[in-house]
Design a protein around this ligand. Structure first.
Ligand code: ADP
Ligand code: ZN
Length: 724
């Protein structure tokens, strides 16, 4: 492959990868590499890290060496590059000597642009490889999964430590290190250990916009799961369980219900594991029921959902596992079935013998996980805050933000609960408080407590209901829970107003009134999509690669939405670079043409091209601290109305309004930009009397003359002013 000096990064993006715009900060990162600078890139899973070195690799003369920890990953990447017409190869222990000789010959003849290697290959006992590589014109070194070099990370690999010498062997070659792990210690470790030279660090928002988070109480998990899977029969998904045994029994039960499900855990035979994984990648197995042993190195882009039927041990693991859904950017789901019993079970596991410090950390992490499950607020905001990132409080695509709850005046209930805590001198946990409220005859209740007036005043409310109310009161800040081994309920500053009858409290009724759907993906034709999927599967089988390597689900959905009718039109579909167009274009046009003819449809590709216009540079340079909100804000500042921004970004208008409210809260935007000043006092009044916890009651009182957007804006503004 000849490099073309006229080729710009954006042209190469279209030609080789078939994409029309850069994501996150890809363009800046690529420019740094072309300027021969070292770079560290932190981007979430599915963010598009690979492109950051693959694109420079095609633009630069010479060879790009990619260090990657897993054979499966290497193979996937090499297949994907080759399908795009970019010559790439890997060297690992699964190959024969002859294959190694062939690759060296191609390397010597400059016939390979990217070479993938495991780190131990470089400095292993036969260190000839590094000497050989030094004879080649190496133009870039990429170190993927760079967190593997850190003890702090979750998958430390000692062989990664060998890479510290790598930069010294190639002092003038730029190095890019990439990872999806965001924590500060790991980042520091990577920078120190890799000996990077004055590196530029690029951190993207870790928000996974296309994943909808949902937590639901675990009751009858199998039937809950069946309900969830019923609508997703054709989709690929991962179901995580805690124990090996339950992966096997659950997979067997699902199979009996007709699902293509297989178990996966570390105790299974290696060959079987490899077969299961391969079948999953090829869409032949739809569901993997796994322990956390499954996932690392799974590049499959069309995993549509991840379910946790048991509680994960910490947020880090949960976020990583849910992150395996929707790498292709299409709407995907993360569902967690939560039971407090799981938390108690895990608590026992979290105790590390003879290591109180370690136990304390593990328990704290578990506690955060439980808090997430019990959360009565935006889950996305909670997750991102956990990773030190600001996010507006209404993401529009988690179960909380998508639900309109029916609320009722629970001032009396709150008063009962708070006075019980107060009478018990803030020295007991929720179980005791509830037993006390319900007037339990148990001996566990102290005799002197049984004499108190508050004893038994909550007997009309069931135990689980009390548990929920106490959680919600905690969530709303009327109570707090200590972080002890045996957590104790305490009053807060807000308690007094309620106890004195000065403040009204609202709680959620058990029944959920309405769960809205997140913003839909493209309105594609399902039957055409199915047909295209079959064609893709046929081609993939012939080429002996997983289907998503041929084309992503995004490409298929776009085709099934816009019905391109010529090769030139097909070029406008995401993922069709020059080589894919030449190889598969005609084949895909056949069903597209037939479908259009049969249904009297014409190409709608023009509608797409307007959406694909490149965004202005300023907008693309959005940084961390919620790229997504910033993007909406920038568009708003560029004079676009909310409805247009929503359409442009494929998000719900309420989401955009949430984004803008964040900027009102931050003081970058005045409330009067979104709300007419004469409307503000009425909204304020209602917010002051009903609280801002949930918007639907406010909206109900205000009526149709006020929009959710206006209410959100005023709430944000009042928060900023400290009025609520
Ligand atoms: P990561 O390694 O960060 O998890 P990948 O590099 O696998 O993510 O990229 C995820 C998906 O996004 C891939 O299918 C990739 O081809 C696609 N992708 C990357 N950059 C772009 C872009 N600029 N436009 C459209 N799709 C992109
Ligand atoms: Zn949310």
């Amino acid at each position: 492959m000849q490099t073309d000096p006229q080729m710009t990064p954006i042209k190469a993006l279209q030609k080789y990868f078939g994409y029309s715009a850069f994501r996150h900060r890809q363009e800046e990162i690529i420019q740094h590499i072309l300027d021969k600078k070292d770079v560290l890139t932190l981007m979430p899973t599915g963010g598009g890290k690979s492109l950051c070195y693959q694109l420079p690799a095609v633009l630069l003369d010479g060879l790009t060496i990619v260090i990657s920890p897993l054979i499966a990953l290497m193979k996937d990447q090499v297949d994907a590059l080759n399908v795009n017409g970019i010559p790439a190869a890997f060297i690992n222990s699964s190959q024969s000597t002859q294959e190694h000789i062939d690759i060296s010959t191609r390397l010597k003849n400059n016939q390979i642009k990217l070479l993938y290697l495991a780190p131990e290959r470089l400095f292993g006992k036969d260190s000839k490889l590094i000497d050989f590589l030094k004879t080649l014109p190496v133009s870039l070194i990429a170190i993927d999964e760079a967190h593997c070099i850190s003890h702090w990370g979750h998958d430390f690999r000692p062989e990664y430590l060998m890479l510290s010498g790598f930069k010294l062997e190639f002092p003038n070659v730029p190095v890019i290190a990439l990872t999806a792990t965001a924590d500060k210690l790991t980042k520091k470790d990577i920078l120190e250990k890799l000996n990077l030279r004055n590196p530029a660090v690029f951190v993207s928002s870790f928000n996974r916009e296309n994943i909808t988070y949902k937590v639901t109480p675990k009751r009858d998990s199998f039937n809950q799961l069946l309900d969830f899977l019923e609508e997703r029969k054709e989709d690929s998904g991962i179901i995580y369980c805690l124990s090996r045994k339950s992966t096997e029994s659950l997979a067997a039960d699902l199979k009996e219900e007709g699902f293509l499900a297989e178990p996966y855990h570390a105790g299974l035979d290696n060959a079987l594991k490899a077969r299961t994984q391969e079948a999953f990648l090829r869409d032949e197995v739809r569901i993997i029921v796994a322990t956390i042993a499954f996932g690392m190195g799974i590049n499959k882009s069309n995993v549509r959902y991840v379910v946790h039927v048991d509680l994960p041990k910490n947020i880090e693991g949960y976020y990583q596992e849910t992150g395996r859904a929707g790498r292709d950017g299409l709407p995907s789901n993360a569902l967690l079935l939560y039971s407090p019993g799981d938390a108690i079970k895990l608590k026992q596991f979290a105790m590390v013998e003879d290591n109180p410090e370690q136990s304390r950390i593990m328990l704290k992490k578990l506690d955060d996980m439980v808090k997430y499950c019990q959360l009565h607020a935006c889950r996305r905001q909670f997750l991102l805050k956990y990773f030190d990132e600001d996010f507006p409080p209404n993401c529009g695509s988690c179960d909380f933000c998508l639900t309109d709850f029916k609320r009722f005046d629970a001032t009396l209930i709150a008063q009962k609960a708070l006075s019980a805590v107060s009478r018990l001198k803030e020295r007991f946990g929720s179980t005791y408080v509830i037993d006390f409220l319900r007037g339990s005859k148990s001996e566990k209740i102290w005799e002197e407590h049984k004499q108190l007036k508050t004893y038994g005043i909550g007997a009309d409310i069931s135990k689980p209901e009390w548990q929920r109310y106490l959680r919600e009161l905690t969530g709303q800040g009327y109570l707090q829970v200590t972080e002890d081994m045996y957590p104790i309920l305490k009053l807060t500053e807000k308690s007094e107003g309620v106890l004195k009858g000065l403040e009204k409290v609202e709680l959620v009724e058990t029944e959920v009134i309405e769960e809205r759907q997140p913003a839909a993906a493209l309105p594609f034709e399902a039957s055409l999509f199915a047909e295209l999927r079959n064609l893709r599967a046929d081609i993939a089988r012939l080429e002996n690669v997983p289907p998503y390597i041929i084309l992503s689900d995004v490409s298929l959905q776009e085709m099934a939405t816009y019905f391109p009718q010529t090769l030139d039109e097909l070029r406008l579909i995401s993922g069709f670079g020059d080589v894919k167009l030449a190889r598969y274009g005609r084949e895909f046009l056949l069903p597209l043409k037939t479908y259009a003819e049969k249904n009297g449809l014409v190409s709608k590709i023009k509608q797409k091209s307007t959406q694909r216009e490149r965004k202005p540079a300023k907008e693309r340079a959005a940084t961390r601290s919620s790229d997504t909100a910033k993007e909406s804000f920038t568009l708003y500042r560029a004079g676009k109305p909310v409805s247009e921004i929503a359409a442009l970004r494929g998000l719900a208008a309420t989401t955009i309004e949430g984004h803008l409210s964040f900027y009102i809260y931050k003081g970058d935007m005045d409330v009067t930009e979104l709300v007419k000043s004469e409307k503000i006092p009425s909204i304020k009044d209602v917010v002051l009397s009903y609280g801002a916890e949930k918007l639907s009651p406010i909206k109900e009182v205000l009526g149709d003359d006020f929009t959710y957007g206006e209410i959100k804006a005023v709430v944000a503004w009042m928060r900023k002013n400290g009025e609520i």
